[in-house]
Design a protein around this ligand. Structure first.
Ligand code: CA
Length: 223
């Protein structure tokens, strides 16, 4: 899951980046509204955390322009303003949720999970495919009912495969989705993916993620 943070207060931006990365999200940051809009258009994010008071272009304008461009990416507004009219303006501009500063990080995480669930059938808290079950809230995985131990990165990679079960994924897509901006020289994807594939194959007794020659990798949904 890839998240964009648009926040001009470096202290808050750094705190959010660090915390979200520890939770296994890929995170990019923009420090003004123009940069936020540029990044949101250039990359595919699963969610945007948007401060309202931003230099160059304020948060309301950013969310309005995204929606005018038919971009439906979930947006959580973070704002120091607690006036009712600001929250109403944010939601009316097309934001999905808002949080007033100062906020508890655990509440932000819960709101992120809640918005990300909207993209799953019936707002499910669990995803499954190919005998794999992914619990998005508890961040636990079972294969044919047996629990397996994954690192935070492996969990993020697997979640992406399960959401796209049966469809081949390019190495660059996996990288961008789990780490953020793509670095084609890095072999970090290969290392984590190799560990994940081996853990899954061991639990299932057969390879679940297979190589698709010339394309990338695929989570098989049929035998
Ligand atoms: Ca600000």
């Amino acid at each position: 899951m890839r998240i964009l943070i648009a926040e001009d207060e470096r202290r808050i931006a750094n705190f959010l980046m660090k915390g979200l990365k520890e939770e296994g999200y890929a995170v990019d940051a923009a420090f003004d509204g123009e940069d936020a809009l540029f990044l949101a258009r250039a990359n595919e994010y699963d969610l945007i955390i948007l401060d309202l008071m931003l230099p160059k272009k304020d948060g309301l304008a950013v969310v309005r322009e995204l929606r005018e461009g038919k971009d439906l990416v979930p947006v959580i507004i973070l704002t120091a303003r607690d006036a009712v009219e600001d929250r109403v303006a944010g939601l009316d501009a097309g934001a999905d949720d808002y949080l007033v500063k100062p906020f508890a990080f655990t509440e932000l995480l819960a709101r992120i999970r809640s918005l990300l669930r909207r993209g799953t059938p019936q707002g499910a808290t669990k995803l499954s495919a190919a005998g794999i079950e992914v619990d998005l809230v508890m961040r636990q995985v079972t294969v044919d009912g047996k629990p397996i131990d994954l690192t935070s990165r492996e969990f993020s990679i697997l979640e992406y495969f399960v959401r796209n079960a049966g469809a081949p994924l390019k190495r660059s897509q996996i990288y961008e989705h789990v780490w953020g901006n793509y670095d084609r020289w890095s072999n970090v994807v290969d290392v984590h993916l190799a560990h994940l594939r081996s853990k899954l194959a061991k639990a299932a007794g057969a390879p679940l993620i297979v190589t698709v020659r010339g394309i990338g990798y695929l989570l098989r949904i049929e035998d």
